[in-house]
Design a protein. Structure first.
Length: 716
């Protein structure tokens, strides 16, 4: 790509047809920008190539900046890929034609029709932050891969995710910069007073405030009628063979008064407090509405909401202080309450006034029971948990003031210094968060945490990252002791590791990619990495068992099994958990079951479609609401054919905000919209699935075998 100096501290990167490897592009001179057409397999464009004769170096700049505009009615997912080996080097090595994997990928989403400047702080290449803080107009951004040094980057490619059809976008500016660019947005109202997307019409879109109020009041009347029928029937659920917990009365086990695991003829089951077989079909994030994060999208909200935000900012005397630290979009503690606006709650307040929360709880409990949901899943409203009187699980890291056990100095991302005494002290405080729940028989069990950020990296050797981090941690000190004990003399270690340390204190220095030094180095680090992960689980798990002997430890809810080392410490789990967004959960369940022979619960899955009011699917995409229902049945019922599958929790009750939640996700994944209308094609299929699931699991009925119409999803 041709470089053009525009001004001091900025290096312009011109758009060149020669950089295009897949897709098409054409210049629009009068607009001063380039139009790109992305084939279904995605665009591939060489944005930057390191050249020996080029005086400009990436390490001389702080930001890589792109101004892009999506020219579709839906959002798009873009990707920056960083390669340490350029194409020319691969030709010399004889690997031309093989699939090239970047050392790091940065994916991000953009709303349609809005020219958006996207600055990339190049410090994120150290991979310490998984979800970088949002910038104006941008949706979620995620980092995948191991740390990369700027001096090692040979190529940067701009790519788009595979799509369900040809996508188009426009690109204006592209430059490297020492300073952060201005990120100005046009003023354009994209969300109405009810929280609906303004740029589209669809079946079920609510006309106005009066219509929304009538709808909500009608739902409350239905819920109160259902409550009366429940008292007459003696059961919250509509299925005659279910007990009060949602368990199956046709199969009985030991009655212990608590949820627990049973195994019969090789098939794992949960048993409820009455001793009846129980499979957990749950729903995550049962909360009134979903918050819209305002600061990144302020020009897109109604004027009344914008003025409310600005007035609150003035009232609190908020100052835009310079802060040079990299931030995570998941670090909510430092944000002000006025940065979030909940359209769903505002709709409820308009309909019910001061009794809005009680009305919401009645409606949602009515929905859950009518759909056959027997588990309140993670991150659900605590008042609702008490109100609903239904089985539930908790994310203990969120329900404990301590959060998951941590140390002041981390090893990599959120992985703590597990050999430090402060980790053990933190674990004790964390475990005390379980005490208020220890005597509740409705609690199925607790998840220790959700999706550790350190575990998102494939092939991660956490001990290798420990050595790459210059911090003098207790883990590093312990590793040095182990190496001294193993090798005795430094010359023996140098021979094994292919190093030239003058003493074992050489391990105190920053060592980049230490596992690649030799097979022995890799083996030493792998063994210690597994011990670190075991301590990460073992220390808090034992504290939890000390506080509560009654309830099940449901594991960590890993995002995916990136490495077998993630199984370390799983002997302390009663149930292994994972979040699985495949078409069925069978592959990860079989993998975990084969390695561990433990029962498996899925903490998250979902499917979304674009036939209603949002611009992104979610992690799995289908063509319509009807196909969402088909996908739900296929996922769960195929899962129940596996002897180790105990159930799954759908993510989530509500559609996300069309302008993005706290981190910028804006997915059509809810069972209800922002006005609390259920997606009936989806929920009717769920009810049918739940009515038959016990017979499917017992082998008495065939599983749903209609494969859903999956399409390439829009997600970030």
């Amino acid at each position: 790509m041709k470089r053009e100096n525009e001004m001091s501290g900025r290096q312009r990167l011109a758009w060149e047809p020669g950089g295009l490897y897949r897709g098409s592009m054409k210049a629009v001179a009068e607009e001063g920008r380039m139009l790109f057409t992305c084939p279904e397999e995605g665009l591939d464009y060489l944005l930057y190539e390191q050249k020996k004769e080029d005086p400009a170096r990436l390490e001389d700049y702080r930001y890589l900046c792109l101004e892009l505009e999506v020219l579709e009615a839906h959002s798009m997912c873009f990707q920056l890929s960083f390669y340490e080996n350029g194409l020319a080097e691969e030709k010399e090595e004889g690997s031309e034609g093989q699939t090239r994997e970047p050392q790091m990928r940065i994916i991000f989403g953009l709303l349609p029709g809005i020219p958006t400047m996207v600055p990339f702080d190049l410090r994120i290449l150290d991979s310490q932050v998984l979800f970088p803080e949002r910038t104006p107009g941008r949706l979620k951004m995620s980092i995948f891969g191991k740390p990369v040094r700027l001096s090692d980057v040979k190529e940067i490619r701009l790519q788009t995710a595979p799509g369900f059809e040809t996508f188009r976008f426009a690109a204006s500016e592209c430059f490297l910069s020492v300073e952060a660019p201005a990120c100005e947005l046009p003023e354009k109202c994209l969300i109405d007073e009810l929280g609906q997307w303004t740029q589209k019409e669809w079946k079920g879109k609510v006309k106005d405030r009066q219509a929304c109020t009538r709808l909500l009041q009608g739902l409350l009347a239905q819920a109160e009628e259902a409550e009366r029928e429940e008292k007459e029937r003696g059961s919250a659920f509509p299925f005659e063979d279910w007990d009060a917990y949602g368990g199956w009365k046709k199969k009985s086990f030991r009655k212990t008064g608590w949820f627990h695991v049973e195994r019969e003829n090789g098939r794992y089951w949960l048993a409820d407090p009455e001793g009846n077989a129980f499979l957990s079909v749950g729903l995550d994030c049962i909360n009134p509405g979903v918050e819209t994060r305002l600061e990144p999208v302020l020009p897109f909200v109604p004027e009344s909401v914008r003025e409310q935000y600005l007035e609150a900012e003035r009232r609190e005397g908020a100052e835009k202080k310079a802060d040079d630290r990299l931030r995570s979009s998941h670090a909510r503690g430092r944000r002000k309450a006025y940065d979030f606006f909940n359209y769903g709650v505002e709709n409820l307040k308009a309909a019910f006034g001061e009794s809005w929360k009680e009305s919401w709880m009645k409606i949602v409990r009515y929905y859950l029971c009518s759909w056959g949901i027997n588990t309140i899943g993670n991150w659900s409203d605590r008042e609702f948990i008490r109100f609903a009187r239904l089985p539930y699980v908790i994310p203990l890291d969120s329900f404990s003031e301590e959060g998951y056990p941590h140390t002041e100095t981390a090893v990599f991302r959120d992985f703590p210094d597990v050999f430090a005494p402060e980790y053990e002290e933190s674990a004790k405080r964390y475990a005390e968060g379980l005490a208020p729940f220890a005597s509740d028989p409705l609690l199925i069990g607790y998840f220790m945490r959700n999706e550790p950020e350190w575990a998102f990296v494939y092939g991660l050797n956490i001990a290798e990252e420990m050595l790459a981090n210059p911090a003098q941690t207790a883990c590093r000190a312990e590793f040095r002791k182990r190496m001294e004990a193993k090798y005795g003399r430094i010359d023996r270690m140098n021979e094994a590791w292919h190093t030239s340390f003058s003493g074992f204190d050489g391990l105190n220095g920053e060592i980049y990619k230490a596992a690649s030094l030799s097979p022995e180095a890799e083996a030493d680090l792998r063994a210690f990495s597994e011990e670190m992960i075991t301590r990460y689980v073992e220390i808090p798990a034992k504290e939890l068992r000390r506080v509560d002997e009654n309830h099940m430890n449901l594991g960590m809810r890993y995002a995916y099994l990136t490495d077998k080392s993630l199984l370390c410490g799983s002997q302390y789990f009663d149930v292994f958990s994972i979040n699985s967004y495949q078409i069925t959960p069978l592959e990860p369940v079989e993998k975990a079951a084969g390695w561990l022979d433990k029962p498996v619960m899925v903490g998250e899955f979902h499917q979304g479609a674009l036939d209603v009011g949002l611009t992104a699917h979610g992690i799995r995409g289908v063509t319509s609401q009807e196909q969402r229902g088909c996908a739900y049945r296929y996922y769960l019922e195929q899962g129940f054919t596996h002897s180790h599958f105990l159930g799954a929790h759908y993510f989530q009750l509500n559609d996300q905000s069309c302008l993005g939640r706290f981190d910028g996700e804006n997915y059509q994944i809810g069972l209800i919209d922002v006005c609390m209308q259920e997606y009936e094609a989806m929920t009717q299929a769920m009810r049918a699935c739940h009515q038959s699931m016990y017979r499917v699991a017992a082998g008495e009925e065939a599983a749903w075998d209609q494969v859903p119409e999956d399409i390439e999803p829009i997600h970030y």
